[in-house]
Design a protein around this ligand. Sequence first.
Ligand SMILES: Cc1cc2nc3c(=O)[nH]c(=O)nc-3n(C[C@H](O)[C@H](O)[C@H](O)COP(=O)(O)OP(=O)(O)OC[C@H]3O[C@@H](n4cnc5c(N)ncnc54)[C@H](O)[C@@H]3O)c2cc1C
Length: 419
Amino acid sequence: MTDYSILSLAKNALNGQAGWAPAWRKPDPKPAYDVVIVGGGGHGLATAHYLAKHHGITNVAVLEKNLIGSGNVGRNTTLVRSNYMLDRTLPFYEHSLKLWEGLSHDLNYNVMFSSRGIINLAHSPGQLDVFRRRANSMLLNGVKAKILGTDQIAEKVPALDVSNAARFPILGGLYQARGGTARHDAVAWGFARSADRRGVDIIEQCEVTGFLKKDGRVVGVSTSRGEIRAKKTAIVVAGSSSHVLKQAGLNNLPIESHVLQAFVSEGLKPVLDVAITFGAGHLYISQSDKGGLVFGGDLDGYNSYAQRGNLPIAEDVATMLLAMFPAFAKVRMLRSWGGVMDMSMDGQPIIDIGPVPGLYINCGWCYEGFKATPASGHTFAWTIANDAPHELNAPFSLSRFQTGYVLDEKGRGPFPGHH
Ligand SMILES: Cc1cc2nc3c(=O)[nH]c(=O)nc-3n(C[C@H](O)[C@H](O)[C@H](O)COP(=O)(O)OP(=O)(O)OC[C@H]3O[C@@H](n4cnc5c(N)ncnc54)[C@H](O)[C@@H]3O)c2cc1C
């Protein structure tokens, strides 16, 4: 397969773009693999890429029930950051941000990572104190962070209403200059292409419908395209985790599936060159390279496996947008969609071996999943290859919900919908 380079771009420009091969093959499933990864989202594909690249494990299949990119990896609002507080979570997300910074080169695919900076706005003295504590924790962990005053925020984001007359006046904000956005589809396609060219079979429209077991061990999967045996079976199905893992005998996974919507406006001239989160409600917004405002807010508030949302949340999100940016009142909305979120009880993921022998699980990503894609794939591949937790994913064990050593960054308690 051709490398993407100045030369190959120029050559194909001259021959009418006729020289490109498909970015990945469409193989039929083989009867058996060393590793079967269920779920061709960002995390499944990243796991396949790192298994092949770092561990030389290439007899791997990624089984995807729909098409690559049709899940949350292609539905999110693309924010990437590592401004976390806990010593057990921050190093993982910082590792991910570092991988993002070199990802286009690593994949030979432009994932359009843009470290445009991210500001979390504070609207009360208490909230500003919480952000100061988070900034200090970041600095202690060697991650740059800054607390901005209202004037500095006004300078960076002229469109924002920073006046005292604002519905929720802004008192300051937490700024991470290295945070930003990436093009979500490109991330899926880049990981898929890289895994494929290293020998991984990416099998689309292949739904896993059950698990093959021998002496209590998972030894493969039943699928809509027949049985496939595997020495190791990794489940990375995001919002479908409870449903799929029930078939393997896990009935009480501490995960709920919820709908989260995203919204995109018509294209505007450049108006917002940092990502912003609104602290008085729940809203996050950035402007895409095409000019659309990309934003979202709360979950729809009920459990669902449907990839669509309801109008009350659209109204709620639009209200918050206008509380922050009254100047956007006449912007027209272009489209919205929903994704199925795998919400865990403490807002952090589960990356673990078992609990059934032969099985490896990766789920519970809540709002954190897109930014975590490279580190999730990197450390999960390590876990699958070495049959042990990687030091960065060790805190994300399933057993933390039994021991009580949970990772509740924001202190919101065991309510998945609140994380
Ligand atoms: C609207 C929205 C906004 C978001 N915004 C952000 C954000 O700004 N920043 C951030 O960090 N995160 C964000 N997230 C979260 C993030 O997108 C997810 O946590 C992450 O994408 C989940 O991992 P994934 O990419 O592997 O999931 P997915 O892409 O959903 O992959 C899982 C795959 O498993 C497949 N599958 C399911 N069941 C089966 C089966 N039985 N057999 C075979 N395949 C199966 C699905 O079809 C799917 O393709 C957002 C999510 C949504 C919905």
